[in-house]
Design a protein around this ligand. Structure first.
Ligand SMILES: NC(=O)c1ccc[n+]([C@@H]2O[C@H](COP(=O)([O-])OP(=O)(O)OC[C@H]3O[C@@H](n4cnc5c(N)ncnc54)[C@H](O)[C@@H]3O)[C@@H](O)[C@H]2O)c1
Length: 290
């Protein structure tokens, strides 16, 4: 069936479905950016497996989108392997992996950095992504699937001062492994890209603010991010902004894009606003002769 011919129960055309019959695993898909992406992909016709450690949230969301939930701690390789196998057992294949699961970190000086915390965040943010690429790629190569793997980095990877030292190093590592694995897996038609979200209103962002201002409300966080962390007046990143970018990288619309870092930051990392006074028109000089 042509995907553009799909109709709802009243015979009205449905919004175009861009992932009909594709099988997707979304790690960290129980809430936040991963949750919004799981929903959007399901709305676009995909069969979605949510792999997370928040079982109740994950099960509820999976049920609401006709998907499946699997408990998976991405820092444990066998959990990730099992989550991918779960998708294959359910629908016979895996086409798309969104390696989204991640944790934040408190700030603090590099001179007092706690290496136990570093190991923990590396375990989730870096090892989790590597586990995903490894096992999704194995399955895709075996099945001859020209799949798409999308990793979640951050603008902290391309600009200093946007995350703790530990968080920053994990997100930078993801850029590296995205490039190296896209280089290898291109041979099999498998694309590997990453998204770099920035200041997206989610539990992670609100928690991070609360590390500095205990009673910060969601509205305060949204206002603060809109005013200081985006070039777009009054606009901060929303989970759906990232979901739409991931959807693009998942579909064949991005079929010639691999090894790419897609920055979704309201332009923040493109410009310094400190000298934006130069764009103000100058007052015309008075012609009065002295
Ligand atoms: N929110 C932002 O501003 C922002 C900015 C840049 C990058 N990111 C990245 O986007 C991704 C999603 O973040 P979010 O803002 O939606 O955060 P979130 O905390 O709302 O969601 C993260 C999800 O990952 C899951 N998760 C955490 N540890 C896990 C583990 N070990 N195994 C499996 N699942 C685990 C959580 O349970 C949760 O469902 C993260 O990788 C984050 O680093 C977010």
């Amino acid at each position: 069936m042509d995907q553009h011919d799909l109709k709802d129960g009243n015979g009205h055309p449905l919004a175009s479905k861009r992932l009909i019959d594709k099988v997707v695993v979304v790690t960290g898909g129980a809430r936040g950016i991963g949750g919004a992406t799981a929903k959007l992909m399901a709305e676009n016709g995909a069969h979605v497996v949510i792999a997370d450690i928040l079982d109740e949230l994950g099960i509820n969301l999976a049920n609401s989108i006709n998907g499946r939930y699997v408990h998976c701690d991405v820092s444990v390789e066998s959990d990730v392997e099992a989550a991918i196998q779960f998708a294959i057992t359910w629908k016979g294949k895996i086409d798309i992996l969104y390696n989204n699961a991640g944790i934040g970190d408190i700030g603090g000086s590099i001179t007092t950095i706690d290496m136990k915390r570093v190991s923990k965040i590396v375990g989730v943010n870096v090892n989790g992504v590597v586990h995903g690429i490894k096992h999704a790629a194995r399955a895709m190569i075996k099945a001859g699937t020209s799949g798409s793997i999308i990793n979640s980095s951050s603008t902290a990877a391309i600009m200093g001062g946007l995350g703790s030292h530990a968080y920053t190093l994990t997100k930078e590592a993801i850029l590296g492994v995205t490039r190296s694995s896209s280089c290898e897996l291109g041979l099999y038609g498998i694309r590997v890209n990453c998204v770099l979200p920035h200041g997206v209103l989610s539990e992670m962002l609100v928690d991070a603010y609360r590390g500095f201002k205990k009673d910060a409300t969601v509205e305060e966080v949204q206002q603060s991010v809109s005013e200081t962390a985006s070039l777009l007046k009054g606009r901060c990143g929303m989970v759906e902004d990232i979901a739409h970018a991931v959807l693009f990288l998942a579909t064949e619309e991005s079929g010639f894009i691999t090894g790419h870092n897609l920055v979704i930051d309201g332009g923040y990392t493109t410009s310094s606003v400190k000298m934006s006074f130069i764009y103000r028109d100058k007052e015309p000089k008075s012609n009065k002769s002295s």
